[in-house]
Design a protein around this ligand. Structure first.
Ligand SMILES: *Cc1c(COP(=O)(O)O)cnc(C)c1O
Length: 383
């Protein structure tokens, strides 16, 4: 675990708390054409594909940058110039995919839900039946805006039935929530090193079906050079090398983080810790009067959204500062449905940190004269 005396615990959607050993793995310099690096690099790509059980069908194409770079690379590489993308939207990350496709000059449509509801596969099915011109579907697995889990297997069943490519933003779920390409058919999936994989930020990646990537290469219509996944894959096949400066130290940290994931029992082991983190936080906050935004049935154990307390003495900025002074960083809400704030359960955090965060919340409330975290009585949000 990290040193709490020096660094705060990050209860946020990212960047996240990382282990001292992951950070220490970066204390090397390697040449980008050096065999020692190239072998590690190939191994990392194989390990990432294997996490989704996708070795038979997909390759992993990492890209320098934060998670959004991978999402942008995925959409730009796989949606062709004449395509028509449907984005399923129930939060800010879905809206971001729409904005990306628009910038890329691709035809894009949306199918939307309120931010506190999951995507409904039946509505997707009806839309696809009514609109045969749609060629691709994109969805966010865990919408980090609220923490709602979208039903990926059911969505994939609908797109597979129609033979449509499915593009998944699995940024905040990959490495913890189950994703199995053998049972959940997807064409591509974007994720990053610094969410559930608990490595440092600086590299993201896309798991891409080999055939779809090769087809993109043949079309040659990717609107970006740096974010052209087909071009990068072709370079690996030709030379084994990155096209542009690889984030060497970040990749070494990722390799170490994958060791630590394996030591924890892989994604199921990590999910068990995150579930326990979420349980401790939800129960502790409930005891202080706070209410979760989401129905527990659709809540992923990744990030929890709490409704803003009704007590006028509760000022979020003050609350944030009082928690920060005690060594805990939380996150403002990003919702349009209700005022809220978020506390994350992912990163190198365990039960003692979550219990410590709840105790810090209790002290922060006392210092503000707030007796209860209870929100104002519900005003039903129209669907
Ligand atoms: C974190 C996140 C991203 C990427 O955000 P970056 O700030 O670019 O790393 C994309 N989608 C989802 C669902 C996320 O949680």
């Amino acid at each position: 675990m990290t040193d709490p005396a020096a660094d705060p615990w990050l209860l946020t959607p990212g960047p996240l708390t990382t282990s001292a050993t992951v950070k220490a793995a970066m204390l090397h310099d390697l040449g980008s054409r050096d065999r020692a690096f190239l072998e590690r690099d190939r191994r990392i790509r194989e390990r990432l594909v294997a996490l989704a059980h996708a070795q038979a069908s997909h390759v992993c194409v990492p890209i320098q940058g934060s998670g959004t770079f991978a999402v942008e690379a995925m959409l730009g590489t796989l949606v062709p110039r004449g395509g028509r993308l449907l984005v399923l939207v129930n939060g800010a990350y879905g809206r971001r995919m729409v904005a990306i496709a628009e910038r890329q000059g691709r035809a894009v449509e949306t199918l939307a839900w309120p931010e506190d509801r999951p995507v409904d596969p039946a509505r997707l099915e009806a839309r696809l039946a009514a609109e045969p011109a749609l060629t691709h579907v994109a969805v966010v697995h865990c919408e980090t805006t609220s923490g709602v889990l979208n039903p990926l297997p059911e969505i994939a069943a609908v797109t597979a039935e129609r033979g449509l490519p499915l593009l998944v933003d699995a940024m905040s779920s990959f490495g913890a929530l189950p994703i199995d390409a053998r049972r959940t058919p997807f064409t591509a999936l974007a994720a990053s090193a610094n969410k559930c994989l608990e490595a440092v930020p600086g590299v993201a990646f896309v798991l891409c079906e080999r055939e779809a990537l090769a087809a993109a290469g043949r079309r040659g219509d990717v609107p970006s050079l740096a974010l052209d996944l087909a071009d990068q894959q072709a370079a690996w096949e030709r030379t084994g090398q990155w096209r542009f400066t690889p984030p060497i130290q970040v990749l070494l940290a990722l390799d170490r983080a994958l060791d630590e994931l394996e030591a924890e029992g892989g994604p199921p082991g990590r999910l068990a810790r995150y579930r326990e983190n979420a349980r401790i936080l939800a129960e502790g906050m409930r005891a202080l009067g706070f209410e979760l935004l989401l129905d527990p049935a659709v809540q992923a154990p990744i990030i929890l959204t709490f409704k803003m307390p009704a007590d006028p003495r509760f000022v979020f900025e003050t609350f944030y500062e009082r928690l920060r002074e005690q060594g805990y960083v939380i996150y403002p809400g990003k919702l349009t449905v209700a005022p809220s704030f978020r506390m994350g359960c992912i990163g190198r955090l365990g039960p003692e940190v979550m219990a410590g965060a709840v105790a810090a919340v209790r002290r922060a409330m006392a210092s503000m004269g707030v007796v209860s975290g209870a929100p104002a009585p519900v005003r039903e949000v129209a669907a």
